[in-house]
Design a protein around this ligand. Structure first.
Ligand SMILES: [Zn+2]
Ligand SMILES: [Zn+2]
Length: 383
């Protein structure tokens, strides 16, 4: 095999047809990462960035790309100040603590500071910043509260909710650390399945922020996805070449819409290597149509809550079928009166819709057995 760049012998095959040597492959990974953050002048010199590490494959590669970028001593040097955050997903599980230790080791080796927090902090209205390299002390009550909240809902909903919870913690800690930028490590493969899941869950209008390069929903903190042009296949080669350890493999809860879509995308990519890039390129073209946007944002996902439209929407369709399935047919079997006027839209099936919650969060809310954390629930009352 011959490297398509330098014509030396190549050992890496991408998309079943493109051969590279290790050197050209590593250079192209660095280039993809740098090109992504070079776009749109996201970074100013010496910008302070909070990098969020799950410990998964993407996060291990991101950590190394940043390290290499900062370490080079040339005009190509990456001029940012970085600190790192890891969110413990379950402190009761020894495995999670081991993973956190491994992530701390990864950072220590590279002389980076890493802060650790626990996902159950979401239940609290605010958090304190722990010293770097400190594991949060056990808070059984809070952890129990969180697991009651998240485990008592269908897996599709908790899969949808987890990234939103993590996002709000990333933003909270970015503010504590005075960072206006956050890096997360989603690859193009993850983003392709997230895009399709978003569409299926009625979050089409949120695609730009959820899947695009930047999430600008927060006023002060922007989340950037600098790995969005790198595929899972490329990650695996990079990990192999650099001999990087991966502390943790991300799992999507099975028997959920997201796990089905994920398998679908990965299997399709196997036979049609252009699948993922095509899906992601399509995503770039989808941008929210500039209609009259309300100022209200959803208290769960910070997206625009949207407004009722004159044209039929997913809300009308779902609401219509719920109304039909839940009510006796009016007028002895005639459905003539099931017109959609303001009055017979049953908003109780879509609590707080268009007011405090967007369509999908409202539907999620209606399927939650435990209410939201108090500080979030209070926002529903106050506004
Ligand atoms: Zn080469
Ligand atoms: Zn929402």
């Amino acid at each position: 095999m011959i490297c398509k760049k330098c014509k030396n012998p190549g050992t890496i095959v991408l998309r079943k047809k493109d051969n590279y040597c290790e050197e050209c492959f590593t250079a192209s990974m660095n280039h993809k990462f740098r090109a992504c953050i070079g776009k749109n002048k996201i970074l100013s010199s010496n910008e302070k960035v909070l990098v969020c590490l799950s410990g998964g494959t993407g996060s291990s590669v991101l950590l190394n790309l940043i390290f290499d970028g900062i370490s080079v001593d040339s005009h190509k040097k990456l001029r940012i100040k970085v600190c790192f955050l890891h969110v413990l997903m379950d402190a009761a599980d020894d495995n999670t603590l081991n993973q956190a230790q491994k992530i701390m080791d990864q950072c220590r080796k590279r002389n980076f500071n890493v802060h650790v927090t626990h996902i159950s902090e979401y239940m609290k209205p605010s958090s304190e910043l722990l010293e770097s390299y400190c594991l949060p002390s056990k808070n059984l009550k809070l952890e129990q509260e969180f697991s009651n909240f998240i485990n008592k809902m269908p897996s599709t909903i908790s899969n949808d909710l987890y990234p939103k919870i993590k996002r709000s913690l990333f933003i909270r800690y970015a503010k504590l650390l005075n960072c206006n930028l956050v890096f997360t490590a989603e690859t193009t493969t993850t983003l392709a399945s997230n895009l399709l899941s978003n569409l299926a869950l009625g979050r089409g209008s949120q695609v730009q922020n959820d899947v695009g390069l930047c999430d600008t929903r927060d006023d002060t903190v922007t989340i950037v996805r600098p790995m969005r042009d790198i595929s899972k296949e490329e990650l695996d080669h990079y990990l192999n070449i650099k001999q990087l350890e991966v502390p943790h493999y991300d799992k999507t809860k099975q028997n959920s819409l997201q796990s089905v879509i994920n398998t679908f995308v990965i299997n399709l990519q196997e036979s049609f290597p252009a699948t993922i890039s095509t899906v992601c390129k399509t995503a770039d073209k989808i941008s929210a149509i500039d209609e009259v946007q309300t100022k209200e944002t959803c208290i769960m996902c910070q997206s625009n809550v949207g407004t009722e439209k004159t044209t039929l929407t997913a809300f009308d369709a779902t609401n219509f079928s719920r109304t039909i399935s839940n009510s006796e047919l009016l007028d002895g079997g005639s459905s003539n009166h099931l017109h959609f006027t303001e009055n017979n839209i049953n908003k109780s099936m879509f609590p707080f819709i268009y007011k405090h919650l967007c369509f999908s969060c409202s539907r999620n809310y209606s399927e939650m057995k435990h209410t939201l954390p108090n500080h979030v629930q209070n926002l529903l009352k106050d506004k």
